[in-house]
Design a binder for this molecule. Structure first.
Ligand SMILES: *[C@@H]1O[C@H](CO)[C@@H](O)[C@H](O)[C@H]1NC(C)=O
Ligand SMILES: *[C@@H]1O[C@H](CO)[C@@H](O)[C@H](O)[C@H]1NC(C)=O
Ligand SMILES: *[C@@H]1O[C@H](CO)[C@@H](O)[C@H](O)[C@H]1NC(C)=O
Ligand SMILES: *[C@@H]1O[C@H](CO)[C@@H](O)[C@H](O)[C@H]1NC(C)=O
Ligand SMILES: *[C@@H]1O[C@H](CO)[C@@H](O)[C@H](O)[C@H]1NC(C)=O
Ligand SMILES: *[C@@H]1O[C@H](CO)[C@@H](O)[C@H](O)[C@H]1NC(C)=O
Length: 353
């Protein structure tokens, strides 16, 4: 009995000790880090740092030379606005001293370059990195394998013209959108096999190299909207594991779609191709796409609103087939403005075959 009591007593001591350790994260003295502001989450006791009001790089360096009682921060924020960006143009290596973060948000600044090593000391902590809406001319992709916890990377709305092949086994979400003129190789995504969301919208892509996505075993959403794609070749959208829920190709200039342009998708797919230049839905190209959705009994859709479809006999196979037509979204219209759904299937059956 006594032994048991002592054990409980020891346990209580240990729990208390542990609580003290957990609550050890502390903010620096507020005057030492102005204009950054440190806050502590009252429930989790984690600390965040907001340096949105920093005026220059010297000031930022000095702030991180202050005495930091804890160096394990949850989140760093440096957010300007479109009208009033944070006036920093370079983040040199070492600027954050030894202070670590799990999430870093540096957005709406004038930053054009970041040192190759500026984030490397976050190697065992970094989970989310948002560097969107800056003026980045390059991004040190080669560092990615050093971040074994990185799940989320947003480098959209920058001035990136080239992105080296990515390597990360953890990355789930990657946003490269809004980088006009972005170039990447056919191997760009081969070594990021765990992506769930990939956004390469509005990057002035003129084409899609075949087989870009053959290693995307978990990809659910792929955004390719607002590019300058004119043609989809065979194997442009070739996926290994039927994992896609949504592919968005709206706002391109697609006129030509070749047989086999899409494969490895399920009946649940939303293939959104609004506002393109498709005139014809050739049966040999498109019937397999609709048929796959129908065979699967899925709720998938092809969305073709805003395409100048020619409603001659070439579209007859679709109009005359109720079970395939169910997988065309309601907004599809002929180039004369008539809805595809108000065409008379009997007319096509008797005049086109
Ligand atoms: C950071 O500070 C800026 C300027 O004071 C403020 O507008 C912004 O909402 C803050 N962001 C966070 C995440 O606290
Ligand atoms: C992070 O970098 C340090 C120093 O280079 C290294 O000792 C450590 O193993 C790295 N941690 C991870 C998770 O890669
Ligand atoms: C980035 O692009 C914007 C918009 O085109 C431009 O105004 C800005 O000068 C560019 N920044 C750099 C560093 O090239
Ligand atoms: C596309 O990118 C350009 C250049 O970065 C930008 O000005 C435009 O607002 C973007 N369009 C959309 C719809 O995001
Ligand atoms: C295919 O996707 C399913 C569902 O996301 C997943 O459970 C499975 O592991 C994936 N297959 C491979 C070989 O990665
Ligand atoms: C548009 O074209 C279709 C197919 O030829 C035709 O059935 C329909 O009546 C036309 N609509 C108009 C408003 O001319």
């Amino acid at each position: 009995m006594a032994a048991r009591f002592i054990n409980v007593f020891v346990l209580v001591l240990m729990v208390r000790q542990w609580t003290v350790l957990v609550s050890a994260e502390e903010c620096p003295y507020y005057m030492d880090i102005l204009p950054c502001v440190c806050t502590q989450d009252k429930e989790t006791l984690e600390v965040d740092l907001n340096c949105s009001r920093v005026v220059d790089i010297e000031q930022l360096k000095q702030i991180f030379e202050a005495e930091f009682p804890s160096i394990n921060f949850r989140e760093l924020t440096m957010d300007g606005t479109a009208e009033d960006p944070v006036p920093l143009d370079y983040l040199p290596d070492g600027v954050f001293g030894p202070v670590t973060f799990r999430k870093v948000n540096i957005r709406y600044t004038n930053v054009q370059d970041i040192g190759d090593n500026v984030l490397l000391h976050l190697n065992s902590t970094l989970e989310e990195l948002r560097l969107n809406d800056n003026e980045l001319l390059s991004f040190p992709t080669a560092d990615l394998p050093h971040f074994p916890k990185l799940l989320f990377l947003d480098i959209s709305s920058n001035n990136l013209t080239f992105i080296a092949d990515l390597h990360s086994l953890t990355l789930n979400s990657l946003n490269l959108g809004q980088n006009p003129g972005l170039f990447f190789t056919t191997e760009a995504f081969v070594n990021v096999p765990n992506l769930v969301d990939l956004d390469i919208g509005n990057c002035s892509l003129k084409s899609l190299q075949p087989n870009l996505f053959t290693e995307q075993w978990f990809l659910a959403t792929l955004n390719l909207q607002l590019n300058h794609i004119t043609e989809l070749d065979a194997s442009s959208l070739n996926f290994p594991n039927n994992s896609l829920n949504e592919i968005i190709l709206s706002g391109n200039q697609i006129t030509t779609v070749n047989k086999g342009f899409i494969s490895g998708t399920s009946g649940e797919l939303y293939l959104v191709m609004m506002e393109n230049q498709l005139q014809e839905l050739r049966q040999e190209v498109w019937q397999p796409v609709f048929q796959a959705m129908a065979d699967d009994g899925g709720r998938g859709f092809v969305v073709l609103d805003g395409n100048p479809l020619v409603c001659g006999c070439s579209i007859g196979w679709l109009v005359a087939s109720e079970h395939l037509l169910k997988h065309l979204a309601k907004g599809a219209k002929c180039n004369n403005g008539t809805s595809i759904f108000s065409l008379d299937p009997d007319y096509y059956t008797s005049n086109c075959y």
